[in-house]
Design a protein around this ligand. Structure first.
Ligand code: SF4
Length: 247
């Protein structure tokens, strides 16, 4: 069972493919940060549920929460013998991923007294290779800091099995031409770290690193599917048909 406890619906980017970036509210109210007591109650409420995969994210950028580190550490401290959640995963744009936070996340992945694959995966929403395409697609000039943060995280993770890393790229008008450079960059980086990433055209596996060429969901889906197929072909992949019910 996937449980998303959204730490915040604020975001520090304005991605062109994200409805979150197009409005001032996400849930019919101004953006907010979750109070700590709500998180405590949410973690407590997981007791007794089976096979929970907890993700502290839904519409916003979770690391933007001023107490993200405290929230994450609290959840793991409450999870002795996986009594609150079986798995944990993080989705982030990696704009705010300083070394201390990277080290904290890696410490949590090795937290004692729970299954070694509890911290399953970290999903990096990157979506561009060049600074120009990044600014165009993500709405902010943050490419270099994001690449630096993700590269440092991958280096610090070194030989640790968890979390696996998914480097995601939503293929769209402003970036589709950069797929080969994106794949080449992250493949070389992961290979240098001793990882053989899989190239994924749909949701990647949770047991290994992946470079994920994600389909854009938009009003003109046929156009988005063509872009996705072309981008996949540019790196030797065949895009699978859009799964029924995909979103
Ligand atoms: S970083 Fe994520 S939440 Fe923020 S605008 Fe981009 S896709 Fe949306």
């Amino acid at each position: 069972m996937n449980v998303n406890l959204e730490l915040t619906d604020h975001c520090n980017l304005r991605c062109t493919m994200c409805s979150q970036s197009l409005r001032d509210e996400a849930h019919g109210e101004p953006h907010r940060f979750m109070p700590f007591q709500t998180w405590v109650a949410g973690i407590e409420g997981l007791a007794g549920l089976r096979d929970v995969t907890l993700c502290p994210h839904w519409l916003g950028e979770p690391t933007l929460h001023p107490e993200f580190d405290r929230f994450a550490e609290y959840a793991f401290k409450q999870n002795t013998n996986n009594r609150r959640f079986r798995h944990f995963k993080v989705h982030t744009n990696a704009v705010i991923l300083p070394e201390e936070r990277a080290r904290l996340l890696l410490r949590l992945a090795a937290f004692p007294n729970m299954a070694t694959d509890t911290f399953l995966a970290i999903h990096f929403s990157i979506d561009a290779f060049s600074p120009e395409a990044y600014a165009r697609v993500k709405g902010a000039d943050r490419r270099d800091v994001v690449f630096r943060n993700v590269e440092r995280f991958l280096s610090l993770r070194a030989g640790a099995a968890r979390p696996v890393a998914h480097l995601a790229f939503v293929v769209q008008d402003g970036n589709h031409h950069e797929v080969p450079a994106f794949v080449d960059h992250w493949r070389r980086h992961l290979l240098a770290a001793g990882r053989e990433p899989v190239l994924a055209t749909e949701w990647p596996p949770m047991d290994r690193d992946a470079i994920y060429l994600r389909r854009w969901n938009t009003g003109d889906q046929a156009h988005a599917d063509r872009l996705h197929a072309g981008a996949c072909a540019s790196v030797g992949l065949r895009a699978t048909d859009r799964p029924a019910g995909a979103f």
